[in-house]
Design a protein around this ligand. Sequence first.
Ligand SMILES: N[C@@H](CCC(=O)N[C@@H](CS)C(=O)NCC(=O)O)C(=O)O
Length: 249
Amino acid sequence: MPKLITLPLSHFCEKARWGLDRAKIHYSEARHAPGFHVYAVRRAGGQRSTPILATRDGVIVDSTDILLWANERAAMGRELYPTDPSVRAEVLALENRCDVDLGPHVRRVIYFDLLPLPELVIPMMTYGVPRYERLLLPLIYRPLRKLMRSSMRIDAAGAKRSIDKLMKVMDDVSKLLADGRPYLAGDRFGAADITFAALAAPIVSAPGYAVPLPGLDDLPSATADLVRRVRDTPAGAFCLRMYRDERRA
Ligand SMILES: N[C@@H](CCC(=O)N[C@@H](CS)C(=O)NCC(=O)O)C(=O)O
């Protein structure tokens, strides 16, 4: 059975997980706490980034490649990409745009706001991981946080720039949706919707995400204001609708 190695809070991992679930692929998931994930990823043949999917065909080390792999093996009617070449190109372009211009910026903003709050973030980082990782993470949290801040350039100026970047994607997706289309590309739910919704989920605190995300009352007030602002856009509402209607479908 293919094995998906993930970080519980990672939205790129959620994208891969959603794609596999949607395609009705049987797989197992191994969740690891940050830091500990490196050993699991290396053991499975990856470098350090998650998600990775270990399969009989080899190791797949990128969320888009995992979705393409799942598409080839999808149950009938559960394909993630359209067959029409022009719609497929549209889906891939949207997916790439979200991977580059949305995912990393959502992550930076969320970590900038939440890394100072270990009591909020550690339970999310350790949701579903092996017990010893859950027990050890608090002990390594401070140096880990320092490393995360420097490797992802998480600072006030970066977070501010990332808010602008992610709001630009929200604006563009809202414009796409303005013609009343039910899905982002083509007439069926698929990879573009999964990618956008999974990568936006942490910034709208979407119910139904891989780990329970904080409610508005549990977030620092500036973060809660941003979540409200994003939820109020058509794109934010679309993300919530995809979680409500399609995540478990
Ligand atoms: N382009 C990659 C991005 C994956 C990515 O950024 N993964 C992050 C989590 S959101 C990660 O594993 N970071 C930990 C690390 O690199 O050690 C994909 O689509 O799979």
